[in-house]
Write a protein that binds this ligand. Structure first.
Ligand code: SF4
Length: 353
């Protein structure tokens, strides 16, 4: 397909594609889809090899948010059945993060609900970061606390934070349809403040919120303009009790096209499979690993992901390597299974398979 070859060549050279090229990825047919995935894989492999970076979320404050983001189970007046609690203590954060670190997470994301932190909240999170970094100096910490001033960003950087996440979520033209309490420009400003303070910018989108293909492409180009180091791609989980509860428009194929479009627009950014991957990609998750080079391990903020062990198996089965691991990570019970098969010991499987 000449259009795909041209787009791939541009991405390998980090060149900006045209809007038409990005739109063509979203409009590709089911017959073209595997070619699109293979082309995106060439780009992924150029910049990230076959490595998969693992990230782990810790929700350090949950629910009770005064903002009205329509997609969010923690929004003002949300009827969604999610945990609500105020700030965790530093040692609680450390113990919550252990499971992710033990499974190989190279980044822990400390996420708090709310419009943005008060100065005393920055102090709290700085203490969390200090406690965590004292135990795990090699694991990156990303803070995600909402709208941020530059002096607050600087304090987080001084406390040892490596990155800051604030998603653009959708196109500027669509933003008023998903939130009325802050706007797109506020979000852009926060990403810029974080980057100016020396924090690695992480900013992505949520697909499936009633946006058009043009909105998705606009959001991806807006992200490219911000030059984030990592781009999480979320697929809407339409929580009951939120205004987007009935919004079921995504298919696994559509998710692959969206991921591929983001990969072509932001070729050398860490593209991360984020919320909703299990729900919407389903059995096509391993194909998505050929486009994205990073995943959240296990659970998300207010929803359960698939077990971390299953994620590690999926990565190994698809022939990828966990970033930072000496060799492809195969969970212990799978090694046991292989030994059983090699010994020709029949079909008896370990109890936990
Ligand atoms: S996305 Fe963040 S700011 Fe918006 S309602 Fe949810 S917790 Fe609040």
């Amino acid at each position: 397909m000449p259009w795909l070859d041209a787009l791939t060549a541009k991405a390998l050279d980090r060149e900006r594609p045209t809007r038409q090229e990005a739109l063509a990825v979203l409009a590709s047919s089911d017959d073209e889809l595997l070619d699109v995935v293979a082309a995106a894989f060439q780009v992924r492999r150029r910049f990230f090899g076959r490595r998969v970076k693992l990230n782990y979320l810790v929700n350090v404050k949950s629910g009770l948010c005064p903002e009205d983001c329509f997609y969010c189970s923690q929004r003002l007046g949300s009827g969604a059945d999610v945990l609500k609690y105020s700030w965790l203590k530093p040692d609680e954060v450390l113990s919550a993060a252990q499971a992710g670190v033990a499974a190989g997470a190279k980044r822990v994301c400390l996420v708090a609900s709310g419009r943005g932190p008060a100065d005393r909240d920055v102090t709290r999170v700085s203490e969390m970061i200090g406690t965590f970094k004292a135990e795990h100096p090699d694991v990156e910490v990303c803070a995600c606390l909402g709208l941020l001033r530059q002096d607050q960003a600087e304090r987080l950087r001084e406390a040892g934070a490596d990155a800051y996440n604030h998603n653009l979520n959708t196109a500027e033209a669509h933003y008023g349809d998903i939130c009325t309490t802050h706007d797109f420009a506020d979000r852009v400003d926060t990403v810029q403040q974080a980057a100016a303070a020396g924090l690695s910018p992480c900013s992505g989108l949520i697909a499936g919120m009633g946006e058009t293909d043009a909105d998705l492409v606009d959001a991806a180009f807006a992200l490219r303009d911000l030059d984030p180091d990592s781009v999480p791609v979320n697929f809407l989980i339409p929580f009951e009790g939120t205004p987007l509860a009935g919004e079921w428009t995504l298919t696994p194929q559509r998710c692959l096209r969206i991921l591929a479009m983001v990969r072509f627009v932001c070729p050398d950014a860490e593209v991360r499979l984020a919320g909703g991957r299990e729900l919407h990609l389903r059995s096509l998750q391993p194909l998505a690993l050929h486009i994205a080079n990073s995943i959240f391990l296990g659970d998300y903020l207010t929803s359960e992901g698939q077990a971390g062990q299953q994620d590690l198996e999926m990565i190994a089965d698809a022939g990828f390597t966990v970033e930072g691991a000496a060799e492809p990570t195969l969970p212990e019970h799978r090694r046991d299974l292989i030994k059983v098969r090699r010994r020709g010991a029949g079909t008896e499987l370990p109890a936990n398979t």
